[in-house]
Design a protein around this ligand. Sequence first.
Ligand code: GDP
Length: 698
Amino acid sequence: MLNLTRQMIEIRNLLSSIDHDGLRLPSIVVIGSQSSGKSSVLESIVGHEFLPKGSNMVTRRPIELTLINSPESAADVAEFPALKMFNLTDFEQVQKILFDLNMAVPETECISNDPIQITIKSPRVPDLSLVDLPGYIQVEAADQPLELKQKIRRLCDRYLEAPNIILAISAADVDLANSSALRASRLADPRGERTIGVVTKIDLVDPIQATKILTNRKYPLKMGYVGVITKAPKTVKPGSGLFSRKAITGYQAYVAQQNFEHTYFKENREEFVGTTTGTRNLRRKLMKVLEKSMAASLRPTHFTIQQELEETSYQFKVQFNDRPLTPEMYLANNIDMLKLATKELSHNFSRRELRSLLKNELDQKVLDLLAERYWNKPFQLGKSNTIIEPDLKELSQISNIEDDIYWHKKLDLTTSSLTKLGVGRLSTNLVTNALITEVENLVNNTQLRNHPMAKNAVKDAAKSVLGGKFFSTADQVENCIKPYKYEIELEDREWQTSKDNAVSLLKEEIRQCDEVYNSLKKQVGGRKLSQVTTYLEKLKQQQNQEQNVDFNSQETLGFSPTLIKCGEEAIFLKDRLSLLKMRYQFIKNSKKCKKKENKYQCPEIFLDAVASKVTSTSILFLNVELLSDFYYNFPRELDLKFFNNLSKEEIENFAKEDPKIKKHIELQERKDLLENALSKIESVLAIQRTKLGGVGDS
Ligand code: GDP
């Protein structure tokens, strides 16, 4: 069987997402005043009670109902494709969903143009496309503002236009002259060519009168009238035709209605001669009429799709150079670029970079320790304590350092401060942060920078890969450097390298110190600074001589506290500078510094050597445990986050965050959709041709 209607309904639903007036395939639009039996007619066609009811229930949104005959399915199912709800078998739930969707439109807005789409699949329904139109009838009745009336009318008029078929429902117990459904249909279809009249509640009037209504000449309709009984009296038992006290619902009610209607028309067969009656016949009629109307729409629709496709393809070529793009492609492209960039990063940010990163950090720690333990001016206390620390100047002069316990202890303590500062955590943290920053830079070089959510997701992916390894790596690095906490053995070559390092470190430290001093000088003014420093130095001398002078109570010669502070800082910097210069000369030039045995006299060199050793050992481990692991697992984590965990909808939302991409994707979607509809309609046309050819041949 050709099953034209089914395929055309499919095409119709495809085209419904395209905003184009000419692209409409016919549907059956159901209208009827309240209580005319409109819901009962629709439900008897579907075979389920599924429409929301209640005295206040007014349809506020068009319900587009697609019925699909599916002989193979075991149960009747309903679907709300737009809500992504499928396989609903509980029709009370369907009724509830429809109620909620309907009521979501505020009363003040009266109606919404946005249709509710529902599909029902059942072996018992025919292939049909129906629309339950909102309160058409209320237009005239209610005293609504003009604006709303126009809104309702516009919406209804659009649905009542050709090629749609109008199903005008009137009740037999109300004079047809008063039927608002017929009045409305006559406005949209004055010649009565597209309207089927349905007269409900036939059981409520005498059969002879009913026949008169159904064959009336007063309101002639080319497709005629169908008389139906869509509700069996409430107390009838299914199939019995006898009265009982129990009310029935659901499928039983449907069976009861069918039986009651069948029996009624059978019993009054003679009176109804020459009329069309019964919901079964109504269904058949609807199928036939829809199929015919669909067939008539085939060619014009084909033509319109073709034209529309040409225009869309042209736009696609002009605007996007025919470059195909789907949300998935867009996402995949960006993730691929990110993976590629990560691969590049693995060449540019590897062991060497890691090493200098950690070494720089440890250099800073070494400088801090030196400043704290060695480069500070000897501490001078009051009278009773005199000077308790030897001056650093003495250090270079000591000839037999081997016996000097003070300097031995000092270096041992400083070294142990360095090796025990928590290098495991520090280095792991350093590498982790550096990698996260690198990843952020990579993201900023791709289009992902325009997608805040994706940007965060990439960062999270990096964090989760690195985070999973953090504690174990930190512990293991700490274990690896453990031996240095007890003993450090150096080779001559290592000493030499560290000597060079120490010289350049000192040089840099001198430069920085100089810079700070000069900027202070600039800020305060050279003369003023020298005045305040001279004053402070004199004061100090005096203090040392008198020993009990209270510094704070001294005359400040009109220097402001801020200036005094600057002066103190300048003195500190000058002292530090001369100390650093002295150490620089010593480390660089003294013969003593050439030998590792003199390490107690050259803490700058020795501490650098320790830092270098700790760095190398840590890096060996970090490189394998953290860096290589990251380069291996990060791309996998990206796949997991972006491809395994994102739904189609999320990917689409993501891609469309970028307005340019949105436009591109939407044009592509429109083109794909039109191509799809065109090929479907062409296959229907081809089948129709062979069918007609076959008929012609025989
Ligand atoms: P709607 O407001 O147009 O949707 O009308 P309904 O389908 O809700 O029906 C209105 C009332 O008429 C309900 O009480 C139905 O039970 C009753 N009704 C509907 N169809 C028939 C029918 O064919 N015969 C009888 N006797 N009552 C019917």
